[in-house]
Write a protein that binds this ligand. Structure first.
Ligand SMILES: NC(=O)c1ccc[n+]([C@@H]2O[C@H](COP(=O)([O-])OP(=O)(O)OC[C@H]3O[C@@H](n4cnc5c(N)ncnc54)[C@H](O)[C@@H]3O)[C@@H](O)[C@H]2O)c1
Ligand SMILES: O=C(O)C(=O)C[C@@H](O)[C@H](O)[C@H](O)COP(=O)(O)O
Ligand SMILES: [Zn+2]
Length: 369
């Protein structure tokens, strides 16, 4: 098992990565579970695979698991989903000093984390991420949120978990499309800040997606270490450092909004497309070589992820996509800083981007090929 600390003043916690962590969850959580009753929120797909394992672990420690099982999918990250979770936590008489377990992907982690940030003005929670995306990204760093009609993650809070248990065994039951989508966020760490890791991804990405546990362990541990370093420097995304983790997301979130936050385009797929767009736009304004932009596209293609927005069947034009971007949380007094690239492994925040030029670029990309 690898243990990666997330160092935050007064709120440090560990991310434990390994096999069999759900079987041993009660031991790992230890005194964080201070009462006999343990509230757990998950979705139906995850419950079908992992509810018995977690229940057995808790029962063996003399605990009574209490389950809320939600419908799977991005639509749970909504006002209705939030109300369902908070009402249930209140009915379960969860107190501020208790810990709620969030068992699932990024949807469950973001939703439950947000509910816990508000419950009685803040109770504890533990992330038990079961998707590759959640293990490498969403369970770490404390961003929690729901979506609204206006856009992605627009209502949320920073609320750090007390512990993250990333059980690599959970990835064995994950559908191939979801594994691939999570891999986009792995590749992101290479593209934004680590050319060596990008090269590792090119060589080993197929093994990660193919289910090789050693490759998955390296991918998860490296990604979590990279994220933990950045979050420790800039927990609340105020200095510009953490904003680099948003590489591909301004484009990607606009595509998710335009496709209705639906199965048509998963978050990881949107991030893959967004990274390609960020690389191509960086090349267009002369800040990235055409060769490096092409390498980002190749890495996305090699993983079987989408790389051309023209294939999405979006009827609207570049202006409509830019209209979604105006809701981006990086928007600052009329300026939208974009995460762009100088090279593979060197992302930067560009505050000089003209949205009219982005609209023209997106219009071209929607027509291309
Ligand atoms: N907070 C953050 O820092 C952060 C970072 C990245 C993404 N996100 C958010 O995460 C969300 C996407 O998360 P996701 O990709 O994990 O999607 P998800 O939570 O919807 O899970 C994907 C699918 O896999 C199923 N599933 C999960 N684990 C499984 C398992 N082990 N076996 C079988 N099926 C399983 C789920 O039921 C779901 O159908 C988005 O809303 C995105 O905005 C947040
Ligand atoms: O942790 C971060 O910071 C990230 O940006 C990670 C992203 O992968 C994640 O999708 C995040 O939720 C996007 O942040 P947002 O602030 O644009 O909602
Ligand atoms: Zn993301």
């Amino acid at each position: 098992m690898a243990v990666i600390p997330v160092e935050l003043a007064g709120r440090s916690y560990e991310v434990r990565v390994g096999e069999g962590l759900l079987q041993d969850a009660a031991t790992h959580c230890g005194a964080l579970l201070r009462k006999d009753r343990v509230p757990i929120v998950t979705d139906a797909n995850v419950a079908a695979q992992w509810q018995d394992t977690l229940s057995a672990s808790l029962a063996a420690a003399g605990k009574q698991p209490r389950w809320l099982v939600l419908d799977p999918g991005e639509s749970a990250k909504s006002w209705q989903g939030l109300q369902r979770v908070t009402d249930w936590l209140l009915a379960e008489e969860v107190e501020r000093g208790d810990h709620v377990l969030a068992l699932g992907g990024g949807v469950i982690g973001d939703l439950v984390g947000f509910a816990c940030s508000m419950l009685k003005r803040g109770c504890g929670f533990i992330q038990l991420p079961t998707t590759l995306l959640a293990q490498v990204d969403s369970s770490v760093g404390g961003k929690t949120a729901i979506n609204t009609a206006a856009g992605k993650n627009l209502i949320g809070a920073f609320h750090q978990p007390s512990l993250v248990l990333a059980d690599l065994g959970a990835l064995a039951t994950l559908p191939a499309r979801e594994l691939r989508a999570g891999y986009a966020e792995v590749l992101k760490y290479g593209v934004l800040g680590d050319a060596g890791f990008f090269d590792w991804c090119l060589e080993n990405g197929a093994d990660v997606i193919g289910g090789d546990v050693r490759a998955q362990a390296y991918a998860v541990e490296s990604s979590v270490a990279a994220k933990a370093r950045i979050v420790a420097q800039d927990e609340r995304e105020t200095s510009g450092t953490r904003a680099l983790l948003n590489l591909g997301h301004t484009f990607g979130h606009a595509l998710e909004a335009e496709t209705g936050f639906s199965d048509r385009l998963l978050h990881g797929e949107a991030v893959a497309l967004g990274m390609v767009l960020a690389a191509r736009y960086s090349a267009r304004i002369g800040n990235l070589s055409l060769e490096d932009a092409a390498r980002v596209t190749q890495a996305v293609d090699a993983a079987g992820l989408p790389s051309e927005i023209s294939a999405l069947g979006i009827d609207s034009g570049g202006e409509a996509l830019v209209a979604h971007m105006l809701h981006d949380k990086k928007m600052d007094a009329g300026t939208l800083p974009f995460v762009l690239l100088r090279s593979i492994g060197e992302a930067y925040l560009d505050r000089e981007v003209a949205l009219s030029d982005v609209a023209a670029f997106m219009g071209e990309q929607l027509q291309a090929h």
